[in-house]
Design a protein around this ligand. Structure first.
Ligand SMILES: Nc1ncnc2c1ncn2[C@@H]1O[C@H](COP(=O)(O)OP(=O)(O)OP(=O)(O)O)[C@@H](O)[C@H]1O
Ligand SMILES: [Mg+2]
Length: 231
């Protein structure tokens, strides 16, 4: 489905991604964990075409999308929910979704999205600024889904959310996966990654240095935490 090989990228003279390799099979959930500043967001931005890669390749269903502009990557079937959600505060829930709907959604039309997110259904006419953090996160996901993506990139969706809302987020992520969406989840929240992901990857200095399934990850969690995650 999504295959990343030897991916490099720079911000000016700073060499951020230093050879990222990641193979994502269709219908799977992969999580990338890592300390602050290791290049997690840069990875999703490079996949999305928001940062130009300086080496390596990205292929989606055997089509090379390396270096494509963001709108082409989106049209090819990749959607991105950025860190911090970036909801339009003055637009209503429905308007926030509609701005992202280029052609009428097939897989995820607005009524299906409102069914998936009951809290948004109740707040259809509320403005973005009137929503709670959890509702804003659900809205950001709804806005990404309306483009009918094959692959969904989620950058730290649990950030700032209460445990109960994180649980709801886990339910939604699983449900999307069951509906056939392949998901790349960037997380600081190890628990969320552990409960939803089929595979966990750890990034250090712009490279994936460790990959495991949740079973092995849990068994090795203590060592992983001290070696790669705690500061
Ligand atoms: N636009 C930019 N220009 C220059 N440097 C940047 C830019 N964006 C990020 N960086 C730097 O690149 C490195 C990787 O940043 P990135 O945002 O990918 O990290 P991250 O793993 O997502 O971290 P966090 O957990 O804090 O979100 C950091 O050192 C950061 O300071
Ligand atoms: Mg980040």
């Amino acid at each position: 489905m999504l295959s990343i090989s030897g991916l490099h990228s720079h911000y000016g003279a700073s060499h951020i991604l230093q050879g990222v390799d990641l193979e994502m099979a269709t219908g799977r959930i992969a999580a990338i964990l890592g300390r602050n500043g290791v290049g997690k967001t840069t990875t999703v931005k490079t996949i999305m075409g928001l940062v130009a890669p300086t080496g390596g390749s990205i292929t989606l269903d055997h089509t090379a999308i390396t270096g494509w502009a963001p709108h082409r990557v989106a049209r090819a079937g990749v959607a991105y929910v950025p860190e911090g959600r970036l909801i339009f505060p003055d637009l209503s829930v429905i308007e926030n979704i509609k701005v992202a709907e280029r052609t009428p959604a097939k897989a995820w039309p607005i009524p299906r999205l409102l069914e998936l997110f009951p809290s948004l259904d109740e707040r259809q006419r509320n403005k973005g600024s009137q929503l709670s953090g959890g509702e804003q996160q659900m809205l950001a996901i709804a806005r990404a889904l309306v483009s009918d993506p094959k692959v969904l990139l989620l950058d730290e969706p649990s950030q700032g959310l209460a445990p109960l809302v994180v649980r709801e987020l886990a339910r939604v992520i699983r449900l999307l996966c069951d509906a056939g969406v392949t998901i790349l989840l960037i997380e600081q929240n190890m628990k969320l990654a552990e409960v939803v992901a089929d595979e966990l990857h750890i990034m250090v200095k712009g490279r994936i240095v460790y990959s495991a399934d949740p079973h092995r990850f849990r068994a090795e969690e203590q060592q992983i935490r001290t070696r790669y995650l705690t500061v």
